[in-house]
Design a binder for this molecule. Structure first.
Ligand SMILES: NC(=O)C1=CN([C@@H]2O[C@H](COP(=O)(O)OP(=O)(O)OC[C@H]3O[C@@H](n4cnc5c(N)ncnc54)[C@H](O)[C@@H]3O)[C@@H](O)[C@H]2O)C=CC1
Ligand SMILES: CCCCCC(=O)/C=C/[C@H]1C=CC(=O)[C@@H]1CCCCCCC(=O)O
Length: 152
C-alpha cells in the first residue's frame, strides 16, 4: 500500500501499474498444493477487488493479474517433496499428460504483452509455452454471477 500512496495521481503521483502474480493453481482445484492454491486464489480475488471502480479513476493505477502455469524456475525444483497430500500424485500424473512445464521466456513474453496492452482489472493466463490468453471476461462473468446470488 506504500507503493499505491507513492503512485496515486490523486495524491500527487503519476499513476502506474501493479501486476499481481497468481497462478493456474489459483484457477484450478489442484489437490496437491491446497495452501499454495488458496493463496493464489486470494491473489486473484485481491486484484479484482482492488481493480474495481473507483480505484483506477481515483488513482490512475492499473491492477493486472498474471496466472502462469508451471514454469521452469527455482520454485519448481524439488516440488515433489513439498506436496501436501501424497494421494494426489494421481492428479499430478494425469496433469503431466496434458500440460508442460513452460520456459521462462514464455512467461516473460506474457508479462511484456500485458504491460503493453492490459487494461485495469485484466487477468491473463500464460501456460504450456502458448501465447498469453486474456481471461478477464470469463473471470468477471463468474464473479458477477456469484455476486448476484448474494443479493436479497
Ligand atoms: N514457477 C512456476 O511454475 C510458477 C510460479 N508462479 C509464481 O510466480 C512468482 C515468482 O516465482 P518464481 O520466479 O517461479 O520463483 P523463484 O523461486 O524462481 O523466485 C522467487 C523469488 O522471490 C524471492 N523471494 C522469496 N521470498 C521473498 C520475500 N519474502 N521477499 C522478497 N523476495 C522474496 C526469492 O528470493 C526469489 O528471487 C511466485 O509468486 C510464484 O508463486 C506462479 C505460477 C507458476
Ligand atoms: C512433482 C511435480 C508436481 C507438478 C505440479 C504442477 O503441475 C505444477 C504446479 C505449478 C502450477 C502452477 C504453480 O504455481 C505451481 C508451481 C508452484 C509450486 C509452489 C510450491 C509452493 C510451496 O512450496 O508451498
Amino acid at each position: 500500500m506504500k507503493a499505491v500512496r507513492h503512485m496515486r495521481k490523486d495524491e500527487g503521483g503519476e499513476g502506474g501499474t501493479i501486476v499481481n502474480i497468481s497462478s493456474t493453481a489459483g484457477l484450478c482445484k489442484y489437490t496437491f498444493l491446497p495452501i499454495y492454491g488458496g493463496s493464489k486464489g486470494a491473489v486473484l480475488h485481491f486484484s479484482q477487488s482492488l481493480a474495481r471502480e473507483p480505484f483506477y479513476d481515483n488513482t490512475g493505477i492499473r491492477v493486472i493479474t498474471l496466472c502462469p502455469g508451471p514454469t521452469a524456475t527455482k520454485l519448481m525444483e524439488g516440488l515433489d517433496n513439498r506436496i501436501v497430500e501424497t494421494s494426489s500424485m494421481k492428479q499430478i500424473q494425469s496433469l503431466s499428460d496434458v500440460q508442460i512445464i513452460q520456459s521462462i521466456p514464455s512467461a516473460v513474453a506474457a508479462m511484456m504483452k500485458l504491460l503493453k496492452e492490459g487494461d485495469n482489472g485484466s487477468v491473463w493466463l500464460s501456460a504450456n509455452d502458448k501465447p498469453v490468453v486474456e481471461l478477464t471476461e470469463k473471470i468477471n462473468k463468474h464473479l458477477d454471477e456469484l455476486e448476484k446470488l448474494t443479493l436479497a
